[in-house]
Design a protein around this ligand. Structure first.
Ligand code: F6R
Length: 246
């Protein structure tokens, strides 16, 4: 696991955009695993800048997002589908048919999960997966206690996750109670992973991930068993880690 210590959010975002842009340029048909939330917003901004400057094209890229709320349609402003188009896809040349997120309005949830994993497999697997981290160490919507072997599945959102995500909704009642998420098994099959973290609220999860044991109680700890992971974190997110560890 490589750890890149950066000074702040902007530097983290820029560094992440450079790594993703490099893979998009070097791979013939890059398969991107993408995340939502506040963490990757800056990275998307820098990737758009690179596209606008003619430095990178997403024409041959395919994307698979980590998660989506159950029950929200693609055009619902709170769906992750909407977020991705609003913050990234609408501003670059990725082809709409190459964009994939779990289908929030699927009626057969189990089948939708199987289909999503199959699609990733058919595409040849994810080349580079971008991850954020929850304050409790979750990745995707895989909360503490989720078996490491799980593939794409539906989770009941914990009250704390619903509460944390309610800032994007007009009230807590509107936050869906379930979500699709790639499982840890799915995430671990990615050829390369970059995990981004900024701010003090993530310091404890990052310290536990880097210094603690690999345990299902801290989902991100499994990343230590992956051969190609880069953590890009700012000073605040690394504040509970001595420099000797980085
Ligand atoms: C988002 C996702 C989540 C977030 C995590 C951090 O697709 O899967 O695991 O990465 O909850 O969220 P932010 O970035 O909002 O702090």
């Amino acid at each position: 696991m490589e750890i890149i210590r950066v000074k702040d959010y902007e530097t983290m975002s820029k560094k992440a955009s450079e790594i993703v842009a490099d893979r998009v340029k070097t791979l013939e048909n890059p398969i991107l695993g993408l995340a939502t939330g506040s963490t990757p917003e800056g990275m998307y901004r820098y990737l758009i800048e690179k596209y606008q400057a003619g430095e990178v094209s997403f024409k041959s890229a395919k994307s698979f997002n980590l998660d989506e709320y159950v029950g929200l349609s693609a055009d619902d402003k709170n769906s992750y589908n909407y977020y991705m188009f609003d913050k990234f896809f609408n501003h670059v040349d990725i082809l709409k048919e190459n964009v994939n997120l779990p289908n929030g309005t699927a009626t057969d949830l189990k089948q939708a999960c199987l289909d999503y994993d199959q699609k990733i497999k058919d595409a040849g697997g994810i080349d580079i997966q971008v991850l954020g981290i929850g304050v409790n160490g979750h990745i995707g919507f895989n909360e503490p206690g989720t078996p490491f072997t799980m593939r794409t599945h539906v989770v009941d959102l914990t009250e704390s996750t619903r509460q944390a995500n309610s800032i994007y909704f007009s009230s807590l009642d509107e936050v869906p109670t379930q979500a699709f998420t790639m499982g840890i098994g799915t995430i671990m099959e990615s050829k390369e992973i970059i995990l981004l973290a900024y701010g003090e609220s993530k310091a404890n999860a990052i310290a536990q991930m880097l210094k603690g044991e690999v345990t299902e109680d801290l989902p991100a700890s499994i990343l230590k068993n992956h051969p190609n992971v880069t953590v890009i974190a700012d000073e605040k997110a690394l504040s509970q880690i001595g420099r000797a560890h980085v």
